[in-house]
Every structure is written in structure tokens, then in C-alpha cells.
Design a protein. Structure first.
Length: 96
């Protein structure tokens, strides 16, 4: 996947509009408060809205500085351009 020009581009899907939303959504998923997330705490300053899907939460992995974007249905993890192990997520300019 690629974040570009205000749209998330995924194979076999039409471009999906996204935006960065300040604050937190009114309803938080359990994993947001889960102690296991301490290794990669999610931002409590903003979240990612993709189309009309549940809120996506953003984290930076401490071990390798990769981006982690999670919601109730999907997980995106950034990786090197030549890696095929995970979907590529670009656009670090999106997050504080």
C-alpha cells in the first residue's frame, strides 16, 4: 500500500481517501489501552481516518523505528522498499 496525495492506494481496491484527525475518537478499542502496546504506544494526539473504516491508530516501533498502523481489521507495518514481507507504508510526513 502507499499513502499518496490524500489517498491510500491498495492493490485491488479503488483509492481510499484518508485524513489525520486530531485528538482521539470517542470510542477506543481495547488494544489501545492494552499493556502489550507499551512496546509501541499509540499516538494519543491524533489518529488516521481511512474512508469510512474504524479508526486507525499510529505507532512507531522502538526497536527499528518502523511505522505501525492498526485498527480493528488491519495492520500496516512499514518496511524497506525491497522487502516483500509486509505492505509498504510511506508518508512519515503525515505523523508528528
Amino acid at each position: 500500500c502507499v499513502f499518496k496525495n490524500g489517498f491510500l492506494h491498495l492493490q485491488n481496491y479503488p483509492p481510499l481517501k484518508y485524513s489525520i484527525v486530531p485528538g482521539l475518537p470517542s470510542k477506543l478499542p481495547l488494544y489501545f489501552r492494552d499493556e502489550r502496546s507499551a512496546a509501541h504506544p499509540y499516538s494519543d494526539k491524533q489518529w488516521l481516518r481511512v474512508h469510512n473504516f474504524p479508526p486507525h491508530f499510529v505507532s512507531r516501533l522502538k526497536a527499528n523505528a518502523e511505522w505501525l498502523i492498526v485498527n480493528d481489521n488491519v495492520t500496516f507495518r512499514s518496511c524497506a522498499l525491497d522487502s516483500r514481507e509486509y505492505a509498504y507504508v510511506s508518508g512519515s510526513e503525515m505523523f508528528e
